[in-house]
Write a protein that binds this ligand. Structure first.
Ligand SMILES: Cc1ncc(COP(=O)(O)O)c(C=O)c1O
Length: 340
């Protein structure tokens, strides 16, 4: 029975069901945004005094939620630098209840070993939550590698058309039921019309993501040794070890590519100004290609030291490739690089 739409609605049931199946989960829920899908397990499962062990390279707002808002509730965080990812077990304490991982990371596209993090979590009786927004369920299923919960900003690839804000969380019914009371009371409910658009978007998810994967790969190959580019970040490119992990846990490498252009922040601004097909906008995973400068958008609230530690350069431009023609995209990027 559907009692009241803040609790659930047939459109929510349909959206949760299709995302649950895509991730190979027992159960699923949808929320008002990706941040609501992250807040639900954090605030619905944890108590005062509990500790979260989180990868340092999370999405900027996930960092600010944990760093700036958590302490008021008596929750603390131990941050794991990317370089120490394989030693995550040594960061856990008897108070650790939840581990939070993102792979590939935003915007540096580092790849982390989900199975290794799951083993560390379970060894300490904790849960592993993975933000799978960047990979999408087409490229990666963290539950198959031992994660307990997977969240999505469904605003991105799942919705696919940059016209909704939505979030999703999947895992066991027992865990999800525990956090329903909190999210229903807090009102983190997805608008039913957005749930309908989400389901409609998901109908083309595999087609879109496969094309995005192809476009990302084509651009990396075309621009690999471009003189105006200092560095390209692409899943698996950071080291041979990350390449091995990516080959093991990902089916495709996403349409996400971050480039560091010469000339720092000014060089990146010139590049952005020269784009004609790729739009300057701070989202990702949609049918249209988007470019954004992390230091001015998603990671603007991080200090210079925090940015440097995460390898986020002033001249970095994060590119989310859509479903346009690969050659058109390459030509657009080459033309924009002439402005640098
Ligand atoms: C990796 C990742 N997680 C979570 C979020 C938050 O999602 P939303 O904007 O839907 O709240 C974003 C948004 O950009 C993201 O990129």
């Amino acid at each position: 029975m559907h009692l009241y739409t803040r609790l659930d609605n047939p459109n929510h049931t349909q959206a949760s069901e299709v995302i649950r199946r895509l991730e190979g989960a027992e159960a699923g829920r949808v929320y008002a945004s990706g941040m609501a899908a992250l807040s639900a397990p954090l605030l619905g499962l944890l108590r005062q005094g509990d500790e979260v062990v989180a990868l340092e390279d999370l999405y900027g707002n996930s960092v600010t939620l944990l760093r700036d808002e958590f302490p008021r509730f008596g929750l603390s965080v131990r941050w794991v630098p990317s370089e120490s990812s394989s030693e995550v077990a040594s960061f856990l304490t008897p108070r650790t209840r939840l581990l939070l991982l993102e792979s590939p990371t935003n915007p540096t596209l580092r790849v982390h070993d989900i199975a290794l993090w799951a083993k560390a979590a379970h060894g300490a009786g904790a849960l592993l939550l993975v933000d799978n927004t960047f990979a999408s369920p087409v490229n990666q299923n963290p539950l198959a590698h031992g994660a307990d919960l997977v969240m999505h900003s469904a605003t991105k690839s799942l919705g696919g058309h940059s016209d909704i804000i939505a979030g999703a969380l999947v895992g066991s019914e027992a865990i999800l039921q525990k956090l329903d009371a909190f999210s229903h009371a807090a009102g983190a409910t997805l608008d039913p019309m957005a749930a309908f658009l989400l389901v409609r978007g998901i109908k083309t998810l595999p087609l879109r993501v496969r094309r995005q994967n192809e476009n990302g790969k084509a651009v990396v190959e075309a621009l690999r040794s471009h003189p105006k580019i200092e560095r390209i970040h692409y899943p698996g490119s950071a080291s041979p070890e990350e390449e091995r992990i990516a080959a093991r846990q990902m089916r495709g490498r996403t349409g996400m590519v971050s480039i560091v252009v010469r000339g720092g922040r000014e060089g990146a601004r010139r590049f952005m100004g020269g784009l004609r097909i790729v739009h300057a906008a701070s989202s990702l995973g949609g049918v249209e290609s988007l470019a954004s400068m992390p230091v001015e958008t998603s990671h603007r609230k991080l200090s210079a030291e925090e940015l440097a530690r995460r390898g986020i350069a002033e001249g970095m431009v994060r590119l989310s490739f859509g479903i346009e023609d690969a050659q058109d995209l390459v030509r657009d990027l080459e033309r924009a690089l002439e402005q640098v």
